[in-house]
Design a protein around this ligand. Structure first.
Ligand SMILES: Cc1ncc(COP(=O)(O)O)c(C=O)c1O
Length: 378
């Protein structure tokens, strides 16, 4: 047990989940080595099948990373120059970056204050103002689902394609229904910090309809179903066989890691809620029937000072995200003025992510609570 003055609580420590799997992972890597099958090998096909079963969706198609997954989904939906795509302004850049990479324009939408996810009211407003919208990308941010039913209803009314960005939310459920099967397509990232993280980059697209499987599978290999015959213009976005082999091992433990995050979140809610602090502690919304807590994000007055104070106590924290996408330098030409999306802007000023990973040790959460208490109530 570390003494209080030597305790360190990093924002993320992957060793406690990876180290116990060393032998299994080395065996999986050895299997790929023995086969010398490095691109779209048997482990890719098995991983896709296992992921589809785990998520409860009919189809899962691996690709190089979560950003490409969004791009591939947009390409499969036929989004391109002249189109617009509605995205939340408060998310990781990739959600909007993928839209721009197709030649389409993102239409930034505000978020709800409680869940940080796309606000259906703001989406409705965007629909009125932007008849060129062809698709919407609700993001299931921080591990909790967006409020999908009103979003799906607006999308159905306008005939939009719905692509769930589930990069941070593998295993999440909305009103008892698993995410990743709610819209037309959904995307995943296996970036190492995600709840299921590879030893490098990897991603995946899921789809509910049979119609898109062949197209998505082809788009990630230069639009080719048959070698050297190109029916579509795709690009190279294959998931490495080595990553697939490693992720297959890790998938078997995902459930327990999610449970660890959920119990850490409950402990934070209990301790921080009882401490009389001026912070807002995140709670799952009623529709977030399975929140998987990829991040535990508080709203904190004097946020930057608190972050610095936590750092001196050896506690890692992070600002996800400091600048709303509509105010990013590369999107200023879209003329979405400061003040236009107030909840996204307020979130950027107030949010702070605390350590939540399943490798937290006994006493870590109490230590974080004590450090926050000392900052506000000293
Ligand atoms: C919400 C969201 N979308 C997309 C991505 C992109 O995933 P990747 O880093 O695998 O390209 C991420 C990853 O950080 C993300 O958090």
């Amino acid at each position: 047990m570390p003494s209080e003055n030597t305790r360190r609580v990093p924002l993320l420590d992957l060793r406690p989940q990876n180290e116990p799997l060393r032998a299994e992972i080395e065996a999986a890597v050895g299997r790929v080595f023995d086969s010398q099958y490095f691109i779209l090998g048997p482990d890719n096909r098995e991983f896709e099948k296992e992921m589809a079963a785990w998520l409860g969706v009919p189809h899962a198609i691996g690709c190089a990373n979560g950003s490409d997954a969004i791009l591939l989904a947009l390409m499969a939906a036929g989004v391109g120059p002249g189109d617009e795509v509605a995205v939340p302004s408060f998310t990781f850049f990739a959600t909007a970056g993928a839209v721009s990479r197709t030649g389409a324009k993102p239409v930034f939408v505000d978020i709800e204050s409680k869940t940080f996810n796309l606000d259906p009211g703001s989406l409705e407003e965007a629909a009125r103002q932007h008849p060129g919208i062809k698709a919407v990308i609700p993001v299931h941010l921080f591990g909790g689902s967006a409020d999908m039913d009103p979003i799906l209803a607006i999308a159905a009314k306008h005939g939009w394609c719905v692509i769930e960005d589930g990069a941070q939310s593998i295993g999440a459920a909305y009103n008892g229904r698993p995410c990743f099967g709610l819209g037309h397509m959904a995307t995943l990232s296996f970036f190492p910090s995600k709840n299921l993280g590879g030893f490098g980059d990897a991603g995946m697209i899921t789809t509910t309809g049979d119609g898109l499987v062949e197209l998505l599978s082809a788009l990630r290999v230069h639009g080719s179903r048959e070698k050297y015959k190109h029916e579509w213009i795709g690009f190279n976005s294959r998931l490495d066989t080595l990553q697939a082999a490693i992720l297959r091992v890790k998938l078997r433990h995902l459930q327990e890691w999610i449970a660890g995050r959920q119990s850490n979140a409950a402990r934070y809610q209990e301790l921080l809620g009882a401490a009389g602090l001026p912070i807002t502690v995140p709670q799952a919304a009623p529709w977030q029937t399975r929140h998987v807590w990829n991040q535990f994000v508080i709203r904190a007055p004097r946020r930057d000072e608190l972050k610095a104070h936590l750092a001196t106590a050896g506690i890692g924290s992070e600002i996800y995200y400091p600048i709303p996408l509509h105010r990013q330098p590369c999107y200023l030409d879209l003329n979405c003025a400061e003040g236009a999306l107030p909840e996204s802007e307020r979130a950027c000023r107030e949010v702070l992510a605390l350590p939540i990973h399943s490798g937290l040790r006994d006493g870590d959460i109490e230590y974080v609570r004590d450090a926050i208490t000392k900052f506000y109530l000293k």
